[in-house]
Design a protein around this ligand. Structure first.
Ligand code: NAP
Length: 252
């Protein structure tokens, strides 16, 4: 039987790693993409294989087209692409818009937006019935920040996630009759290393008492939503954006 492959960008840690574990447990071969965390990605592959699943770690920067082509070529070698989880994403240290450098803005939009588009393009080229594919699903990781705006922190990040929400809706409609469903998950504050990479390792501790449920979410809680949207259980759901935020920023 041909293997079904799911490609998870930024799968080495955090939400992406939780998605990789669940996708593998559901019988798909997983491509665990990473940029720098080779050791974490390797350990995750070992863990998945020890649990009876199949996974391959592939290095690649999603903002680099050649790397994206390499990632998808790796998926092609393993079987039939069934899903893409556009999870790779970065924040930056808190700054006002009037302080932001062009380098910061270019990096933010290249990784969070251009990277997601390049990966979606390659996924549609393989999964769309129009291109001879067998259908599949794309799940894009947005953020509650797209509704909040993140003033004084990272309006650039919030805007990049706004672009992801819009891409989810537009692409979903573009390929709706081609067997490809495109959905989004919009996490709130989730306890991962992303906050430390944005210069604030204590962000979860500082903010949790202000959250509706008085706690941050876990990567696993987000991964459950991603898995459902990827699976056939959500067969009539496309263009949906699911808030997994414990009630944070649930109003439009
Ligand atoms: P994380 O713990 O910082 O992990 C980020 C992952 O993305 C890592 O695997 C990292 O790889 C990878 N990555 C970073 N830049 C990349 C690039 N250019 N190309 C390929 N991979 C790259 O992040 P997370 O908290 O799990 O967040 C995952 C997604 O959820 C992101 O899109 C984020 O914006 C979104 N989100 C997170 C939260 C939250 O509170 N955590 C809230 C809302 C939305 P390396 O390990 O190799 O660096």
């Amino acid at each position: 039987m041909t293997e079904t492959v799911v490609l998870v960008t930024g799968g080495s840690r955090g939400i992406g790693a939780a998605v990789c574990r669940k996708v593998a447990a559901h019988g798909h071969t997983v491509i665990v993409n990473y940029t720098r965390s080779a050791e974490a990605a390797g350990k995750l592959v070992d863990e998945i294989e020890a649990a009876g699943g199949k996974a391959v770690a592939v290095q690649g920067d999603v903002q680099n087209e050649a790397d994206v082509l390499k990632l998808f070529a790796a998926a092609d070698d393993l079987g039939t692409l069934k899903g893409l989880v556009n999870n790779a994403g970065v924040v930056d240290h808190p700054e006002r818009v009037d302080e932001m450098s062009v380098n910061r803005l270019t990096r933010m939009f290249s990784i969070n937006v251009v990277g997601a588009f390049l990966c979606a393009r390659e996924a549609v080229r393989r999964m769309s019935l129009k291109h001879g594919g067998k259908g599949g699903g794309i799940v894009n990781l947005g953020s509650a920040a797209s509704k909040l705006g993140a003033a004084g922190q990272y309006v650039d990040y919030a805007a990049s996630k706004g672009a992801i929400d819009t891409m989810t809706v537009g692409l979903a409609l573009e390929v709706a009759e081609e067997g490809v469903r495109v959905n989004g998950v919009r996490p709130g504050i989730i306890d991962t290393e992303i906050h430390a990479s944005g210069g604030n390792p204590d962000r979860v501790a500082q903010i949790q008492s202000k959250l509706p449920m008085k706690r941050a979410g876990t990567a696993d809680e987000v991964a459950e939503a991603v898995l459902w949207l990827l699976s056939d259980q959500s067969s009539y759901t496309t263009g949906a954006i699911l808030d997994v935020s414990g009630g944070r920023a649930i109003l439009p």
